[in-house]
Design a protein around this ligand. Structure first.
Ligand code: CTP
Length: 449
């Protein structure tokens, strides 16, 4: 029996795919089709696939050409599969001509004619109306947004607003954005959604205004510094059928997501301790917004939401108490350590703008621990470690660019699919983060060092 194998994403299955599968099947007696897993596609930067892996597998099966469908999940798997399934012919469309010649060592490689004039990319483009997004606040933070958005499908960053008009002009020319608005009213008329990257204290009113105008909102972290405000805004957004999302890039980081689901599924037993740390030393320029108490400067507001994320994701938001310890300078915290008490666990975090810490994440469980080295908040790697070191396992993922593309993609996906909340950062987790900021502001269980 002559066995043929072929691979693809098979998103929005089209005639080109069907022709390819038919031709591949005609090469032999038995056809194996490898369909890429969702995480494999994300890992190779294909962030815009519409159908999930189950739908894509189903679509391939319905063609009737595949005798067996397998999932392609890692680089190099083709070689393994060819040997494992005793494959005689590897077939793929001619758009890949030459790229799989290295497989000739294992079986015959055939490039089949590709059907002209159709592709999943084209179908995705034709069926999407881009979500028009405007940027509010054209400073340092916003600068990363347009480039990252350019690799996500379904989004058109079309205008920018800053209360300093010259800044928005500079921003749009740098990023080749179509419009630039002097006043918010004109700005809102052009967009379906906004990305807010202004200083913390302006977030609440800008989110409120944007929602009142019927716009979806992605707001930089910390979204607000008060739990009631966060709750109110989420409820208001939902009542208007709008998406409100806090832009916490770590929450959408592929490695971080896998780490969380694996720990939650018990690979290190019951979690008893989470320690997360993040520090970012600035030059001694104390005139920066980050050090200005009037603009909610300081380590806690600036960095706190990142280490709070693994704690809330793994142990939930119902902690019994939280003690805060801060080193203050000119009324801002240059360093804060927080210790959470949970019924059966203790967690701590450290953030510093003026104190350097080892920026790692350690999750300790009853069977082993997870170790994520610095910078864990944008990691592409983590490790599970056990008493018996032979059981230790390392995991590697992809982290492209500045990493904002993952949160932008999720934001657009929430809008297109009418999902009010993302499992990657629950509304209750954002509210709890705002609650911690509020406790810090009110100096509750607060100890100055
Ligand atoms: N294919 C083809 N003719 C087309 C499109 C795809 O023969 N018009 C083949 C590819 O060469 C590959 C298989 O179908 O062997 C699966 O390709 P896939 O990458 O899933 O499809 P595309 O439409 O090329 O997807 P995209 O636009 O996302 O790259």
């Amino acid at each position: 029996m002559k066995k043929v194998i072929t691979y693809g994403t098979y998103d929005l299955l089209h005639q080109g795919h069907i022709n390819l599968l038919r031709r591949a099947k005609e090469l032999g007696d038995y056809l194996i089709v490898g369909v890429t897993s969702d995480s494999y596609d994300r890992g190779r930067g294909k962030l815009n696939v519409r159908n999930n892996v189950l739908e894509r597998v189903e679509a391939v099966k319905v063609t009737g050409y595949a005798d067996e469908v397998i999932i392609e999940d890692y680089v190099g798997q083709k070689i393994d599969d060819i040997q494992k399934y005793n494959v005689d012919i590897f077939a793929i469309g001619s758009d890949w001509s030459g790229q799989f010649d290295y497989l000739n060592e294992y079986c015959k490689v055939v490039y089949l004619p590709r059907t002209e004039g159709i592709s999943s990319t084209q179908l995705r483009a034709e069926s999407t109306v881009d979500v028009k997004v405007g940027v509010i606040g054209c400073g340092r933070v916003a600068n990363r947004f347009p480039d990252e958005a350019s690799v996500v499908s379904g989004i058109d960053v079309c205008t920018a607003y800053d209360k300093d008009f010259s800044k928005s002009c500079e921003f749009i020319s740098k990023h080749r954005i179509k419009f630039c608005d002097r006043d918010l009213e004109c700005f809102f008329q052009k967009v379906d959604a906004v990305y807010i990257a202004t200083p913390h204290l302006s977030h609440y009113s800008l989110i409120k205004k944007s929602l009142e105008q019927g716009k979806h909102v992605l707001c930089e972290t910390p979204m607000v510094l008060n739990a009631n405000e966060a709750k109110e805004l989420f409820e208001y957004a939902e009542s208007k059928g709008l998406i409100l999302m806090e832009a916490n890039k770590t929450a959408h980081c592929p490695a971080f997501n896998h780490l969380i689901v694996m720990v939650k599924s018990g690979v290190i037993g019951e979690v008893v301790d989470v320690e997360a740390s993040l520090s970012k030393l600035w030059d001694d320029d104390m005139s920066l917004r980050e050090f200005d108490p009037e603009q909610a400067g300081g380590s806690m507001y600036e960095l706190g939401s990142y280490p709070l994320l693994p704690i809330f994701k793994l142990l939930g938001t119902n902690y019994q108490n939280l003690n805060l310890y801060s080193r203050m300078q000119k009324n801002v915290d240059m360093y804060t350590k927080g210790v959470f008490r949970y019924p059966h666990a203790v967690c701590s975090f450290k953030v510093g703008l003026g104190v350097k810490t080892e920026g790692n994440l350690v999750i300790s469980g009853t069977k082993g621990y997870a170790y994520v080295s610095a910078p864990w908040w944008k990691t592409d790697y983590f490790e599970f470690r056990y008493e018996d070191q032979n059981q230790n396992k390392k995991f590697f993922y992809k982290w492209d660019g500045a990493g904002l593309r993952y949160e932008i993609q999720e934001f657009i996906s929430c809008i297109i699919n009418n999902r009010f909340s993302t499992a990657r950062l629950r509304r209750r987790e954002s509210i709890a983060m705002a609650g911690v900021m509020q406790q810090f502001t009110n100096r509750i269980n607060f100890n100055e060092l």
